[in-house]
Design a protein around this ligand. Sequence first.
Ligand code: FNR
Length: 369
Amino acid sequence: PPLDEILNLHDFEAVAKAVLPAKAWAYYSSASDDEITIRENRAAFQRIWFRPRVLRDVTSVDWSMTILGCKSSLPIYISATALGKLGHPDGELNLTRAAAKHGVIQMIPTLASCSFDEIVDAAQPGQPLFLQLYVNRDREITKKYVQHAEKRGVKALFITVDAPQLGRREKDMRMKFVDDGAGAKVQEGQKDVKKDQGVARAISSFIDPSLSWKDIPWFRSITNMHIILKGVATPEDAILAYEAGCQGIVLSNHGGRQLDTSRSGVENLIDIVAALKTKGPWPNPNFSIFVDGGVRRASDVLKAIALGASAVGVGRGFLYAFSSYGQEGVERAIQILRDEFEMNMRLLGARTISEVVPEMVDASALRSH
Ligand code: FNR
């Protein structure tokens, strides 16, 4: 369908499913084992209800804000999704260019199809970028990569901590991996891997499963970027991250692609905010909580923000947008979300993001706390 007939982010998914090669669709859409967690990521948002306030003069509403000190036109950032060229010949650059035009922040994946420098070169001067990091068994490689990123102006390092081993994504595993230039060889230290087990397994052999809390001071010693741990699920680990001096965490289950039957990020949010409140004033300007997983509507984002998230990551929503329509698809997705923010904030009675408060949601249908 023509792009102007795409009315929401779900529509992109339907188009992507219809037009993508089977291998790309399998890699992008799959989740681990029985795919319970990916389903729950959507379902959890649907158990949270709004408590809208009325008569608040919502003539002008403003959903812009800052994420880790960087201006963002939406309380959303583009989360890292690997291998963009499986879906579109321009791969991640579709995101970079659309993000530049619309003031959105992109998180560059370690396993991008385009090289890191190609992506940074495609960005506008001053365009804020984040970097997602898979830690290499060879720490010298990681150190060089991180320090190069910092030199090139990347603002924050999101270390993925929920993937010491890749989850079994069976849809993907049923596809034979053939290196067709989508960029699977981007990482040094990649071992020779059996190529009969899907895309994910073929590209992840360099990731270091020995990574531990003891490594956080080393990261701090090699970079001044903000350090965020991506893939935290419990108050225990949220507190360890805080005490380790990180600047934030992402409550994420990797889009349902890692430990199946993990809870959704938004569901874990309430307990984690409560735990961090015991550590000092809240909101804490030096420690941010992000959420990702299943976000397809501005209303999902507003629910997470009401419950204490600083901003929300979107993976597949933008991935499907550029897979089906390239850069224009991403721009349309951003426009759709912007329109949804305007309407939802008016109807909710919030003129700014800081007016989106816990009292605006009824989360009593989530598990008891
Ligand atoms: C991901 N995600 C991911 N995360 C990460 O830290 N490193 C990575 O390389 C990837 N790669 C990746 C590929 C694909 C195809 C998907 C769908 C996801 C996870 C991603 O950053 C984010 O956590 C989820 O995508 C959020 O869920 P939604 O928005 O896809 O529902």
